[in-house]
Design a protein around this ligand. Structure first.
Ligand SMILES: NC(=O)c1ccc[n+]([C@@H]2O[C@H](COP(=O)([O-])OP(=O)(O)OC[C@H]3O[C@@H](n4cnc5c(N)ncnc54)[C@H](O)[C@@H]3O)[C@@H](O)[C@H]2O)c1
Length: 331
């Protein structure tokens, strides 16, 4: 009995695998190429050695189907996707990978119904539109419930909305639970790419003594990557559902200047070197996760200051060892 993790070499995938290995699970890591740079930051050499890597494209349904059979896959955590900038640069590829790839995973599981017990998959807060669209429904400072209307403003958000719809369709057909999670600004070691990677890059810049400007401002929801990884694992362990459902997840609603203030407090030498653009992202920031907390027990929330401190501590340690990749600060 093994877990299949797609998008395994990405930020969240690396943490999911680290936690699965800690829990003694067998893991098959699927990604386009075997790139262990993020895993190396958070795993021991023994853990790295225990991972079964498989290189492949998520749109290759036959490959995934064979993998489920050959490696005795019973649970799937599907994270492979192109993020906002990549979908913006190449919308056609974005749709093929995010929608087509997710359907490949769902179909491969369908072929092995009775064997695959559950699938957790990554949706996104980007299924929702900007704050202004929700004000008529939920007031001036809207807090958006789980079943709020979805008005994505990007191709990326549209693909994630489609994933949620496809999950319902496939689960009606085969009865396998398909549970989606809608993260917002995930931060922590390994978050080196994507629209909302700015806060983590600011933490890294502070540690290495470089100035950094976060590309957005106003309120965001800061979610520690270890907690998000744990939530995906918890979803993949639910087999009592007989349908599909996607969940808001909520951690700390905070203004970007407050994030920078905490970083500067923890790294005093960074005072005055961090800045932000006063641009509001076109996704409502406050998602209510009451349904997630009620239906999936044990969702963990690391307090913001503690999550930032843990990230900065790891960056300091890696920097001292000469192992802190700074290439993302140039993007
Ligand atoms: N990081 C966030 O803040 C955030 C927020 C909301 C949702 N999500 C979603 O969570 C998931 C994981 O996010 P992440 O931050 O780890 O992303 P990431 O970009 O770090 O990792 C994605 C991984 O998917 C792989 N991939 C891309 N195309 C592929 C293909 N055709 N076949 C196989 N693998 C492919 C990439 O190589 C990469 O390793 C994604 O689905 C993302 O959309 C992330």
């Amino acid at each position: 009995m093994s877990y299949l993790v797609t998008g395994a070499c990405g930020c969240i995938g690396s943490w999911v695998i680290q936690q699965l290995l800690e829990a003694g699970e067998t893991v098959v890591a699927f990604d386009l190429t075997k790139n262990t740079r993020r895993m190396e930051q958070i795993m021991s050499p023994d853990q790295l050695g225990a991972i079964q890597f498989v290189e492949g494209d998520i749109t290759d349904e036959a490959r995934l189907s064979a993998l489920i059979e050959d490696r005795d896959i019973t649970r799937i955590i599907h994270l492979a996707a192109l993020q906002v900038p990549a979908c913006k640069a190449n919308p056609d590829l974005g749709r093929r990978v995010n929608v087509g790839g997710t359907c490949s995973v769902f179909e491969a599981a369908r072929r092995h119904r009775g064997h695959v017990a559950a699938i957790a998959f990554a949706s996104s807060g980007a299924v929702f539109g900007p704050k202004e669209m929700y004000q008529p429904l939920y007031g001036q400072d809207p807090v958006v419930p789980n079943d709020a209307p979805q008005w994505p403003q990007t191709v990326y958000g549209e693909t994630k909305k489609q994933n949620e719809i496809d999950a319902i369709g496939f689960s009606e057909s085969d009865g396998i639970p398909r549970l989606g999670l809608r993260p917002w600004t995930v931060y922590g070691p390994g978050r080196d790419f994507g629209l909302t990677s700015g806060p983590t890059k600011a933490m890294k810049a502070a540690v290495v003594g470089r100035p950094y400007c976060v590309g957005f401002g106003r309120v965001t929801d800061m979610q520690y990557v270890g907690d998000i990884a744990r939530a995906f694992i918890q979803l993949a362990r639910q087999d009592r559902f007989r349908g599909a459902k996607s969940y808001n997840i909520q951690a700390d609603w905070v203004e970007v200047p407050e994030i920078l203030r905490i970083i500067e407090e923890l790294v005093p030498s960074a005072r005055g070197t961090l800045s932000y653009k006063d641009v509001e992202l076109q996704i409502v920031a406050k998602l209510d996760d009451a349904e997630l907390r009620q239906e999936i027990p044990g969702i963990v929330k690391t307090p913001l200051r503690e999550g930032i401190r843990q990230t900065i501590d790891l960056f300091h340690a890696l920097h001292r060892d000469g192992r802190l990749d700074q290439s993302d600060l140039n993007e």
